[in-house]
Ligand binder design. Structure first.
Ligand SMILES: [Zn+2]
Length: 226
């Protein structure tokens, strides 16, 4: 009888400890989010994007290419974009006409915006077999009222942000929202500077944040604003 009780207590104790161990290991397995950088390119510099990939692929980089006016691209540009998609890069929607959204909507309404700017672009992108889940507002111009409409069609939408405040106050970090704001790294972006970019990157690394950047045309030698 005593032996059975002892056996029972031993089993309960073992179970308790193993459960305790399990909980502790679960806790220690909870990793902090990994710091990261989202690099997005806007408009139609397809050849330059393709060439940038040739240089950067050795780092296993992945970018988001936000294409506008897809109806103006030639066959070889579409082919390059499809190759970028195949390599794991993201192709995103950046508008069929590249409208200034708030300006267009105040004049014509949200329905017309979706009908003219989003729907024909998505139709053509799907025709070419692009898998589209993101939208980047042309010029980054948007407001909360307009956001509701593209959010019905995309998983995530991107606006832009400015300023050179301390990274703690910057809103160019992913915050689990379906709206992300990117800061510019074009040479003509009002607050772009290498030291500030390094400050933003350093903050992302230290605080496990994901920094969201946007730009246009990657070149080996800077000869113009973009
Ligand atoms: Zn643009």
């Amino acid at each position: 009888m005593n032996k059975t009780i002892l056996k029972f207590i031993f089993l309960c104790t073992f179970c308790l400890f193993s459960c305790e161990n399990k909980n502790t290991s679960q806790k220690t397995n909870l990793k902090e989010p990994t710091a990261g950088v989202v690099i997005s390119f806007d408009d139609t510099s397809i050849n330059e994007w393709f060439n940038a990939d040739k240089i950067l692929r050795k780092y296993s980089w992945k970018a988001t290419f936000c294409v506008s006016k897809i109806n103006t691209l030639n066959r070889s540009e579409i082919k390059e974009l499809l190759q970028l998609q195949k390599k794991g890069h993201e192709i995103a929607d950046h508008g069929f006409h590249h409208f200034n959204a708030p300006k267009f909507v105040s004049k014509n309404g949200v329905d017309a915006y979706i009908k003219q700017e989003i729907n024909p672009m998505l139709a053509l992108m799907h025709f070419y077999n692009f898998k589209i889940t993101s939208f980047a507002y042309p010029f980054g111009f948007r407001n909360a009222n307009i956001d509701k409409a593209p959010l019905k069609k995309f998983k995530i939408i991107r606006g832009t942000t400015y300023g050179s405040e301390d990274p703690f106050f910057q809103n160019c970090y992913f915050n689990n929202s379906k709206l992300v704001l990117a800061t510019g790294i074009d040479t003509d972006h009002p607050n772009f500077s290498i030291p500030y970019l390094i400050q933003l990157l350093d903050y992302a690394k230290r605080r496990h944040k994901i920094l969201v950047l946007f730009c246009h045309k990657p070149v080996l030698k800077v000869t113009a604003n973009y």
